[in-house]
Design a protein around this ligand. Structure first.
Ligand SMILES: NC(=O)c1ccc[n+]([C@@H]2O[C@H](COP(=O)([O-])OP(=O)(O)OC[C@H]3O[C@@H](n4cnc5c(N)ncnc54)[C@H](O)[C@@H]3O)[C@@H](O)[C@H]2O)c1
Length: 282
């Protein structure tokens, strides 16, 4: 029988997760409180599945079947039949807490809850629910249909069988799960964000221009993308938020956000999405 997975949040990540699940034969119930987000997600998933046909990953028939397994809804209770639910709403504690409070009311106690948070404490979110043993982080990377890694984040109370179910799910959609424990930024952002932040300091202190900083990392360290181009891709506001989580979480000055990064965010220079960040995209 086709397994149903619930995905709450149909933005960049939620739609990518839904697409990845659908092409791996799962049925998906995708929820978002904004009708525009649901419409956009349906379109993006449809063209993503068409791209899979071009690349030979699906044929015309399996593409149609995959798309037919997608249900969308603006009501959170639409996911109540799913045995595994992945939350991918806005990166704010209260937004996520509201979703999990509702899910707790609608879902049987056996349902596993996963959050795709980049930085919020898994243990803190799990404590909102009555099932901290069946709660964990499942941190996918953008663009989800392409990126191989999933950080599987165990909170203090996460049960081994919950971890195994999540790792199996990740493997079944072609991803490589890596186990990490619940500390600010997990592994990925704890290493990546300080590098981006330090690159911003290098520009601020006049060590080099932004393109020179990026060229050093591309040509000397074989990085496919320089840290500042990557920061523009992620969004400078997102980078700043994650630096603040690291700084607040560790109380260590080595994570202090770079003042240039703060200034750029205040000026609305958020990177690709606003047309300007360390580089100009207009
Ligand atoms: N964008 C990335 O590169 C990236 C990478 C890894 C993890 N993440 C994490 O994934 C999560 C989602 O990020 P995103 O980039 O997709 O954000 P996004 O802003 O593109 O999408 C968030 C969606 O959540 C919806 N939403 C908000 N509150 C809701 C509610 N109560 N019920 C239902 N829907 C609700 C919004 O309408 C929006 O469509 C965040 O936790 C983020 O940290 C993002």
């Amino acid at each position: 029988m086709t397994k149903l997975i619930g995905v709450v949040g149909a933005g960049t990540m939620g739609r990518g997760i839904a697409h990845t699940l659908l092409r791996a034969n799962y049925a998906v119930s995708l929820v978002d409180s904004l009708p525009e987000a649901l419409g956009g997600a349906q379109q993006a998933i449809s063209s993503g599945l068409a791209h899979d046909v071009e690349k030979g990953r699906l044929n015309a028939e399996t593409r149609q079947q995959a798309f037919a397994r997608l249900q969308i809804s603006a009501e959170t209770d639409a996911v109540s039949q799913a045995s595994f639910i992945i939350e991918a709403v806005t990166e704010r504690f209260e937004a996520k807490a509201e979703v999990f409070r509702k899910l707790e009311l609608y879902c049987p106690s056996t349902t596993i809850f996963a959050t795709n948070t980049s930085s919020i404490s898994i243990t803190r979110l799990a404590a909102i629910t009555g099932r901290p043993g069946r709660f964990l982080g499942l941190h996918f990377f953008n663009p989800v249909p392409v990126m191989k890694l999933v950080e599987v984040v165990a909170g203090v109370e996460t049960l081994p069988e919950t971890f195994e179910a999540a790792a199996d799910l990740a493997r079944s959609v072609g991803k490589t799960p890596i186990r990490v424990n619940d500390f600010p930024g997990f592994v990925s952002n704890r290493l990546l964000m300080p590098m981006i932040n330090e690159a911003a300091f290098a520009v601020m202190e006049g060590v080099a221009e932004a393109n020179a900083v990026d060229d050093v990392m591309k040509l000397g360290m074989n990085h496919p993308m320089g840290p500042l181009e990557l920061a523009d891709f992620i969004g400078l506001d997102v980078c700043l938020d994650i630096m603040r989580v690291l700084y607040d979480g560790f109380h260590d000055a080595k994570y202090r956000p770079c003042p240039l990064l703060e200034k750029m965010v205040y000026a609305g220079r958020l990177g690709r999405k606003s047309g300007r960040g360390f580089f100009n995209y207009s």
